[in-house]
Ligand binder design. Structure first.
Ligand code: NAD
Ligand code: ZN
Length: 356
C-alpha cells in the first residue's frame, strides 16, 4: 500500500512510497503544457514506456553520475528549456540517483527563478536521502555541492521496482543512510534487520518498504523542524564529518554510503573512548554494518600518513562552525551530542583503530 509522508520545508510536499511513478506523473502532468524529464544516459532505456507522442514531453539525457551534476550540463539544459519555451507553469522531473535529482532540483531552482519539479529517485540512497530535504546543487571546480539552492520538489515518487536493477553495492550504500537513521532516531530500523544479510533484506519487499518509510520519516521530521540546518538537522550528519573526508580522499572510489559507514564506526570509536557509549552499542555499529556488506575499516590504501590531510579536509568542510570540527556522537540512552573539542590524540587513536 502506498504510504504518504509529508514534509514542511520551503514548501509543504509529500514523499509517496511504493507507488507507480509513471501513473502518478501522468496525474501531476494533467494541467501542464510541458514536462521536461531529466535522466542519465544509463537509465534512459528504462523510460521507454513513456509515451512521447503528445509532444508535451521532452526527455533530457545527461551524463551518468557526478559528471551530470556540472555547470556545463546545467548550461546546456537552460538552453534546451529556452528553446522549448519552458515557462513557469511547466514541470521538470528528475528520474535517477541522487546526482540526477540534485541537478534537476537545481535546474528547477534557477530556471525563471524557480519552477516546479518532481523527484523520482531510483537508488536507495536517493529515496531515503538525496531526494528528501530540499537541497539541490551541482559540482564545480571549487568543490562538490558548493553551488546549490534549497528548492523542494512538489512531490517525491518512490517506486520500489527501481531497486530490482540496483547492484548490491549501491543497495548497501543506501542502507548505510538507513542504518544511520536507526542509530540516531529509530532503533526499530536496527532491530528489524538484525542478523540479516543483504540478500535476505532485498528479498523481503515489505521490509524494504518499511525501512524506506522509517528512514524517510526520520529525515522528514528533522527537516520539517529545522529546514536550514540549525542545530537539529546536524544529527543527520552522523558519520559524515569523517565520511566526507575519506570519500573525497579516496577520489570517490568509496561510495558515499561506504564512507559514511566507516565514518560512523570512527565516531563510535571516539564516543566509546570517552565513555559516552557502551562496548555493546559500539559493537552494534560494526556488527550491523558489516552484516549488510558495508566496510567498517578503511581500505588498505589508507595509512597513518593520510591523517593530516583528512584532518585538514574536515576543517575545510562547509559545515564547520567557528573554525572547529564538530562530530555528532551517540550518547548512551538514545541521546546525541555534538563535540567540538575532540583533540588530535583522540582522533589519532580512533583512526588507528579503523586502519585495516
Ligand atoms: N540533496 C541531498 O540532500 C543529497 C543527500 C545525499 C546525497 N546527495 C547527492 O546524491 C549523489 C549520490 O546519489 P546516488 O548514491 O544515488 O548516486 P548516483 O546518482 O551517482 O547513482 C549511482 C549509480 O547508480 C545508477 N542507477 C541509478 N538508479 C539505478 C537503478 N534503479 N538500477 C541500476 N542502476 C541505477 C546511476 O546511473 C549511477 O551510475 C551525490 O551527488 C550526492 O552529493 C544529495
Ligand atoms: Zn549522506
Amino acid at each position: 500500500m502506498t504510504r504518504e509522508i509529508s514534509i514542511t520545508a520551503d514548501r509543504k510536499y509529500s514523499v509517496f512510497i511504493d507507488t507507480n511513478w509513471l501513473s502518478n506523473l501522468q496525474e501531476l502532468s494533467k494541467d501542464r503544457q510541458k514536462i521536461g524529464v531529466v535522466v542519465s544516459s544509463n537509465m534512459r532505456e528504462q523510460l521507454s514506456a513513456i509515451d512521447l507522442s503528445s509532444g508535451k514531453l521532452d526527455i533530457f539525457e545527461i551524463p551518468d553520475g557526478e559528471a551530470g551534476k556540472s555547470s556545463d550540463v546545467l548550461f546546456a539544459l537552460w538552453n534546451k528549456l529556452n528553446l522549448s519555451g519552458f515557462t513557469r507553469g511547466d514541470l521538470l522531473v528528475g528520474v535517477g540517483g541522487g546526482a540526477v535529482t540534485d541537478l534537476t532540483g537545481f535546474l528547477a531552482a534557477t530556471w525563471l527563478r524557480g519552477v516546479d519539479w518532481v523527484a523520482v529517485p531510483t537508488t536507495l540512497a536517493g529515496m531515503v536521502d538525496a531526494a528528501v530535504g530540499g537541497k539541490t546543487g551541482i559540482n564545480t571546480e571549487l568543490g562538490k555541492n558548493l553551488v546549490g539552492a534549497f528548492h523542494s520538489p512538489i512531490s517525491v515518487l518512490v517506486d520500489l521496482n527501481w531497486l530490482e536493477t540496483l547492484s548490491n553495492r549501491d543497495f548497501a550504500a543506501g542502507l548505510a543512510e538507513v542504518i544511520k537513521c536507526g542509530f540516531i532516531a529509530d532503533e526499530e530500523i536496527l532491530r528489524s534487520i538484525d542478523g540479516m544479510g543483504i540478500d535476505e533484506i532485498r528479498a523481503k519487499r515489505e521490509l524494504v518498504q518499511s525501512l524506506i518509510e522509517r528512514a524517510v520519516a526520520v529525515k522528514a521530521h528533522v527537516v520539517s523542524e529545522d529546514f536550514k540546518e540549525g542545530s537539529l538537522r546536524e544529527i543527520l550528519n552522523y558519520g559524515h564529518t569523517f565520511g566526507h573526508a575519506i570519500e573525497t580522499h579516496s577520489q570517490y572510489a568509496l561510495r558515499h554510503g561506504e564512507a559514511v559507514s566507516i565514518g560512523m564506526v570512527f565516531v563510535a570509536e571516539i564516543a566509546y573512548a570517552r565513555g559516552l557509549i557502551s562496548g555493546e552499542l559500539f559493537n552494534r555499529h560494526r556488527q550491523i554494518l558489516s552484516q549488510v556488506g558495508l566496510p567498517t575499516l578503511l581500505p588498505d590504501s589508507f595509512t597513518l600518513s593520510d591523517l593530516p590531510t583528512l584532518t585538514a579536509s574536515m576543517q575545510r568542510d562547509k559545515k564547520v562552525k567557528g573554525g572547529k570540527v564538530r562530530f555528532v556522537v551517540l550518547h548512551e540512552g538514545n541521546q546525541l551530542a555534538r563535540l567540538d573539542d575532540v583533540n588530535s590524540s583522540e582522533i589519532t587513536l580512533a583512526y588507528e583503530k579503523i586502519l585495516s
